[in-house]
Design a protein around this ligand. Sequence first.
Ligand code: G6P
Ligand code: G6P
Ligand code: BGC
Ligand code: BGC
Length: 949
Amino acid sequence: MCHHNRFLLLNVAKSDIISLVFQVDETLCPFKLSQEQLQLVKARMRAGLEAGLKTKGSSAIKMLPSYVYRTPDGTEHGKYLALDLGGTNFRAMMVNFKRQNARLYHKIYTIPLEIMQGTGEELFDHIAQCVSDFLDYMGMKNAHLPAGFTFSFPCEQTAIDTVSGTLVSWTKGYKATDCEGHDVVSMLREAIKRRNEFDLDIVAVVNDTVGTMMSCAYEDPQCEIGLIAGTGTNVCYMEEVDAELSKMCINTEWGGLGDDGSLDDIITPYDMEVNQNSINPGRQRFEKLTSGMYLGEIVRQVLLDLTRGGLLFRGHVTETLKTPGIFETKYLSQIERGDMIFCDLANCGTNSLLSVAIMIMDFIVMQVCGAVSRRAAQLCGAGMAAVVDKIRENRGLDHLNITVGVDGALYKLHPHFSRVLKDTTEVLAPQCNVTFLPSEEGSGKGAALISAVARQIGQHRGRYFSTWRVSVCAHNIQFRRELAKGLGRDTNPTAALKMLPTFVRSIPDGSEKGDFIALDLGGSNFRILRVKVSHEKKQTVQMESQIYDTPEDIIHGSGTRLFDHVAECLGDFMEKQNIKDKKLPVGFTFSFPCQQTKLDEGFLITWTKRFKAGGVEGMDVVKLLNKAIKKRGDYDADIMAVVNDTVGTMMTCGFDDQRCEVGIIIGTGTNACYMEELRNIDLVEGDEGRMCVNTEWGAFGDDGRLEDIRTEFDREIDRGSINPGKQLFEKMVSGMYMGELVRLILVKMAREGLVFEGRITPELLTKGKFETKHISAIEKSKEGLSKAREILTRLGVEPSTDDCIAVQHVCTVVSFRSANLIAAALAGILMRLKENKGVARLRTTVGIDGSLYKMHPQYARRLHKAVRRLVPDTDVRFLLSESGSGKGAAMVTAVAYRLAEHSRQIAQILSEFRLTTEQLLEVRKLSQWCVCVCVCVFPCVLCHYLTPS
Ligand code: G6P
Ligand code: G6P
Ligand code: BGC
Ligand code: BGC
């Protein structure tokens, strides 16, 4: 390497030395980045990451999904082969995972340049030959092992289960023909077939960053980033995605930063030269400033320049110095470590003058190397600062502790790179505590781990779950369209969302008081409550309640029997409360879609959930209940309001938080209501103020809008329900159906031998045996797997650990889809509220109730996260309704009662005047304005008295 004897410079004067150092310093100036410049690089990297996530592949930073959803959890086991292509060497590896321990055997093979740049077929034949040699070496030629393929180039993947990776473009030194745009897994499989000597089951293809992250995460669960600083450079990290699972590892391909010109202000003429001479000019601009393949070349360009300027080697540019690739990055590491000096003093004899000259030259070369490598490490640090800050913000944290798994020759061999990288990251991301963990065994172990994960769960997911991954954004857009359609007079009749006016115009204002009864029918419990609202020092609520049975034969019998039963329970409750002689105002929470034209009337449109009592649909439930009460004759009740449970929930929460303007239920069924501007509700007269609208979102998709994501299991559930073709959204997301969805999936998986060794028990075949509460138990983070074992054992199967993991995965897939779909719809409502108010930032509260939301260990967190991601410019508070919707129904009743009392008093006053028809007509003329004012407050009374009979 040292061609020193030809480069020597002699007779250096002191002033020349100073001038020389000064000029060299000037030449290196563009490599010295200021703090401001590094901040800018960080900001550009961040913008690049965001743009890549949005544009899905068409921006400078590609942000390629890896379909790796989780880091290892220690349950991985078995023997895997790992093939590792794309770094300095090709490596074949065998990994045996056993009880949180991994044993590795590997062999390294070189890939000759002519193969790297020959044809694709030659390249993959060469790999197949290396694998064949390795299997011989291991004595495993006939083992048909599962294999993970680390392929360290940008690849587009669809899902890990389909095991394919389309090469976007070669990087680094590779340029084999007929590979770009092709699936590299198929190419490898074909090469193996051509050899016809052994077979492999390729279960995963991964980028080296992902392999490195997984490999390090096996040791440190905090590792959620993978960094390569080697021949090439790249980063992957666990991004919060709105797919079926909350996180997915994204291969950023950050080497592409600057391909759109965004780094032009820091790119030096030497970098431009290196770029021009590369196999991919104009691409991987960040990589070309920072990675091992290029740093040596940059140094050579600077040395060439210094020599041409007469500052080095007496201005003598040798052929050697002109040779591309002659100055390798590993020499740069060695020179900076002091292990190697550019000009070997031994060859200079004892001539002291000569020694000084050579020392100066070495000093200059060292300066050049230092500037180039320092800039590389600083740029990677700036990039890393952008990544960790993004993760911190994604998670809404003030402070983030995170580990970065690192690999690559530059990081490992260079004496200062790792320190400068860490220091820069720390300075530019002060709110993150970043630990860099060097990968011990390369990314092959990670690829094997991903294969193990893919084997355990991915295989099943590929066959069963590809349609379960729903696009939250697409459904959010659709849902918003449906909302608008339901509100329009002409479009409402054909709209799936009925957007029912509720005649509730405001949330509680604190003036409510009185003694009320609330009936609460339609959730998993039928409840009767006594709600006393008093105003001593401040408004306080006292509640007593009792749950009553609603047996199957009653909810499926005749309407008359159902309402007789309700009236009977109410009588019993009043008896126990000692109020049978009072006529208390009653609020009726009736959790089904009802058409209303006023508060105390509700025509049932259709039964949902478990209810199917005959002769009720199309009838006014208030009348039916009144009739049942009258028939008994042992007490009297004044039903003043019928409210949906969503409205009750919004009112309950509105009692505690005046900002509450949305109510949602995620329980047996699902639904939402919100405060809409009256001017937008075509179905109700008037433009001023707001009214609560019951969306009945459970019916979303009843017009076919969800067909593309409904699975065979959703269709089976619908076929076996009391209302086929109706409430299709509800049947995909709510508590009444989720357990059954899981059961149907498990039955099919068992039939195909994928779980329970193919055994199906009578319990497993019984409808309703797997309940949604079981999903909640199985998804608990600590005891989830033991719960799975317990529940499956009760279903008569003897599950293995793998079975429990698979069942847990099925539960997660089903509940994630639910949370994502609900998030899409809820975000639609929030976006509408924001639009209505015309504010840049919405501050609002959503009242929530329902057993699924309350009992599932992860549901609320997932839902909140997905909603916040969809409507980032909103401060949304999710308020759990602690006391059910009965309290809210009592609040609505209190307002209705106050208005009714007013009406009664006025009626009383007017009746005392006993006016004639003529007199009334006269009064009416005179008091038109009064009618306008008063009609909102006591319409029936004035109409009655001011309209001549
Ligand atoms: C790891 C991986 C390789 C990867 C390499 C980068 O060891 O197993 O697949 O490409 O790091 O290092 P290098 O410095 O060789 O490019
Ligand atoms: C609240 C209400 C019920 C409502 C229920 C939904 O508690 O008071 O009327 O239907 O939530 O929950 P569930 O999970 O029982 O369907
Ligand atoms: C490739 C990446 C790879 C990196 C490190 C880059 O050239 O585009 O996919 O991760 O090198 O090996
Ligand atoms: C009903 C809604 C109700 C929801 C939650 C649905 O089946 O149609 O009216 O709000 O369940 O209980």
